[in-house]
Design a protein around this ligand. Structure first.
Ligand SMILES: Cc1cc2nc3c(=O)[nH]c(=O)nc-3n(C[C@H](O)[C@H](O)[C@H](O)COP(=O)(O)OP(=O)(O)OC[C@H]3O[C@@H](n4cnc5c(N)ncnc54)[C@H](O)[C@@H]3O)c2cc1C
Length: 527
């Protein structure tokens, strides 16, 4: 690229210090927000005694009982453990230990090719570790779109990752200087042994309810140990609610947060709601993988006929220049309605791009919009600015269809066509109201330009005889339903209500509306 830099040098203790500073800053930030919003925080382990009663064993050794109107369980999740393998957070680690290793392992063995395993594997691989991933299933990233996962696996293999799919780790021998993992094919067969300096167990997470007293309080759990709730986050015990990782749904921070907001709104007597269909997920590896909505496999299973729009980053100008051409964007849409059902991205900045698809005022909005399920064309100004163009191009088949045939498309086209027309009509009407005499020759001049003789003669005759009132009926009335507010503005002008008319006109300028829309979206993104 024309700029030379010396080889990077790793200073792991400084990196860990930097990480800790980030954590401390965030924790302090939340503490500050609690104080600012006058929320009392009691540090300790909570146990639900029943409706309206929580016992807290404080960190200071004291126990107190708190009386409250409502209780919200948000105790999160814990690592899923592997039978017979003891996690010491030094050599056999969970995600917690893997975030604080004191040196880069020469060989890192990861058990489970899910999001957390691949994210942490990606980190340590970039810092110099050899990474081997053992996965029980015959694919990586279970739950993600299979085609995306396959492509992602190829990318990781090209980087140097090794995968052992359809295999399970049954034991880890810790007696020697290096760890020896015993690996068997998932379907059974001959076992093999693999050496590693560190083994990361990342086979999933389970809801955390230990010591919470749920059994004694009578709070029902489902067959996977998650707190059972209804659509309003209420458990079976009056006044006890639950949200986040401890209930069903994707274990994601933004899902937990959204549920927190919703339950607070419900408890305040408002209508809290979470749209579970548009919860994006991101795998923060290099490159990233992101998704929102349904996968191809889920659509097949549900018997939904769908079409696929795909666009590779190899064909994107900015990606080519930046040499980040790995990956693609994939859009799944209903074959009959073009309603977008899922968007999947693998590639650089996939975690940012996915919000174009999942944003509340984006294509998904129309799933709940009045009378239509058509996708909205993404804003071309933004999407052309870079690799985001790929998501626009993958969407193209649906966008053009939407504009050509859909209700929203038709409305947009009509609007564009009619913009100059209403301005012209306003001018005609104003001139008519005050200067009819001067208008006549102008209209006659226009009529003279019409090439069809018979029509010209007919129109010329009418123009001669039309009164201003008749002109109003002929030219204005038929278009009244199309833009009533504009005609109100014209009427106001005609009656010399200057200020009101000008305000009414300004309110309708479409450019203003568009600018407001951008502003709102940009603000949301910054937030
Ligand atoms: C390594 C890792 C990476 C992740 N990366 C992402 C990511 O990139 N994006 C994303 O969206 N999500 C990510 N997640 C998931 C995300 O952290 C969780 O979905 C989210 O934190 C769940 O929020 P929660 O409020 O339900 O639980 P938590 O955030 O886990 O909070 C639960 C809290 O309750 C406390 N608690 C538990 N029991 C009691 C008790 N009896 N009394 C008092 N307090 C108690 C716990 O100490 C904890 O502080 C990641 C998770 C892990 C482990």
């Amino acid at each position: 690229m024309g700029v030379s830099v010396s080889a990077p040098k790793l200073d792991l203790p400084s990196m860990m210090k930097f990480k800790q500073q980030g954590i401390d800053g965030n924790v302090k930030g939340v503490e500050f927000l609690m104080k600012k919003n006058k929320i009392d925080v009691i540090s300790g382990k909570g146990k639900i005694l029943g409706t309206g009663k929580v016992e807290v064993a404080g960190n200071d050794g004291k126990t107190q009982t708190i009386e409250t109107k409502n209780i919200v369980i948000a105790t999160g999740s814990d690592i899923a453990k592997l039978k017979g393998i003891e996690i010491d957070e030094k050599r056999i680690v969970s995600s917690t230990g893997a975030l604080s290793l004191d040196k880069v392992p020469e060989k890192l063995l990861i058990v489970g090719a899910g999001v957390i395993g691949l994210e942490l594997g990606s980190v340590w691989h970039r810092l110099g570790a050899q990474v081997m991933v053992v996965e029980f299933l015959d694919r990586i990233l279970p739950g993600n779109d299979a085609e995306v996962a396959k492509q992602f696996q190829r990318i990781l293999e090209k980087q140097g990752f090794a995968f052992k799919l359809g295999a399970k780790v049954t034991a880890v021998d810790t007696s020697g200087k290096t760890l020896i993992a015993h690996i068997e094919p998932a379907a059974g067969g001959t076992a093999e042994k693999l050496e590693a300096d560190v083994v990361l167990v990342s086979i999933g997470r389970v809801p955390y309810t230990e010591g919470l007293g749920l059994k004694e309080a009578g709070v029902a759990l489902d067959n996977r140990g998650r707190v059972q709730i209804d659509t309003h986050f209420a458990t079976n015990v009056k006044g006890v609610y639950a949200i986040g990782d401890v209930v069903a749904g994707p274990m994601l921070a933004h899902k937990a947060e959204d549920e927190g907001v919703a339950v607070a709104e419900i408890l305040a007597g408002q209508a809290g709601h979470v749209n579970y269909e548009v919860i994006p997920s991101v795998v923060y590896t290099t490159p990233e993988v992101s998704a929102v909505g349904k996968t191809e496999e889920e659509l097949k299973q549900a018997g939904i006929t769908y079409t696929v729009g795909k666009f590779p980053f190899t064909a994107n100008g900015r990606s080519k220049v930046n040499q980040t051409t790995e990956g693609f964007v994939k859009v799944l849409a209903d074959a009959k309605t073009d309603r977008v059902l899922g968007v999947h991205i693998v590639g650089r900045e996939a975690g940012e791009m996915i919000h174009e698809a999942g944003r509340p005022d984006g294509i998904w909005r129309f799933r709940r919009g009045p009378g239509t399920h058509l996708p909205r064309p993404p804003d071309p100004l933004r999407s052309h600015q870079g690799s985001r163009a790929c998501s626009r191009q993958a969407l193209d088949p649906y966008v053009s269809h939407a504009i050509g045939e859909g209700r929203i498309g038709t409305t947009l086209m009509m609007r564009r066509l009619l913009q100059p027309v209403w301005v012209l009509l306003a001018v005609i009407f104003l001139i008519e109201a005050w200067l009819w005499d001067h208008l006549e020759p102008i209209v006659a001049w226009f009529v003279a330009l019409i090439p069809l003789r018979a029509f010209k003669a007919w129109l010329a005759e009418r123009v001669d005889t039309l009164s201003p009132a008749m002109t109003l009926i002929v030219f204005i009335v038929p278009v009244v339903p199309l833009f009533p507010l504009k005609l109100v503005a014209i009427w106001l002008l005609a009656h010399e209500y200057w200020m009101t008319a000008i305000i009414t006109f300004i309110l309708q300028i479409p450019g203003r509306r568009r600018r407001r829309f951008h502003l709102r979206r940009d603000t949301a993104e910054i937030a």
